[in-house]
Design a protein around this ligand. Sequence first.
Ligand SMILES: O=C1C[C@@](O)(C(=O)O)C[C@@H](O)[C@@H]1O
Length: 226
Amino acid sequence: MLPFDDFTLCAATADLADEPDAREHADAVEFRMDLADSPEAQLRDYDGDLPLLVTNRHEGQGGETADDDARLDALEAAVAHDAVGAVDLELDTCLDGRGARVREAAHANDASVVVSTHDFEGTPLRQDMRALLGDALEHGDVAKLAVTADERADVLDLIAVTHEHDAEGERIATMAMGEAGRHSRAVLPVYGSRIGYAPVDPADATAPGQYDLATLRRLVTELRGE
Ligand SMILES: O=C1C[C@@](O)(C(=O)O)C[C@@H](O)[C@@H]1O
């Protein structure tokens, strides 16, 4: 089980062979099944130390797999693996009811559920971000929101919303994608964001504006005064 009680740094990858290189800095591995070759075989053969957060992102949310039953079948099977400590489910998949079986399977296997929304167009108004996080908290253990920042004010809005939810004791994970949002990945954990994502190798970024793993670990550690 990945409880996300505190900041958890995930090495985002489509190749579980990256895990040994991630160990030094990461708390977990986000396995991007939608970007992976033979994801089922990789999961079956995985014998790394770090727990896995499994993601099978559909095309409408920035991933590469079709939003069909097979995508959810793969996630449902994935959570049965002992190494899997959490699963990512898109908020749209939860709102239309299709995600319920994956959530139930996750909880039955002692894995937590991260419910996520991605906005690749911009940063919604504060009230809309609050609504998205509130809806996600009704369906999962952690509510995640990744927006796209065009200017510093966008990051300011996301920091404010993150701080408010954290002050309520809610488990949330937030990040602003894009160049203007890069620093948010280091700063938001100071305001309560529970999950950070970074590639082991910067060439393998899974979202715009990510730092590499070692850099994000160093920045978060310094900013949080750890
Ligand atoms: O949802 C997220 C967050 C993310 O999009 C990011 O911006 O770091 C990276 C993805 O791999 C992950 O699934």
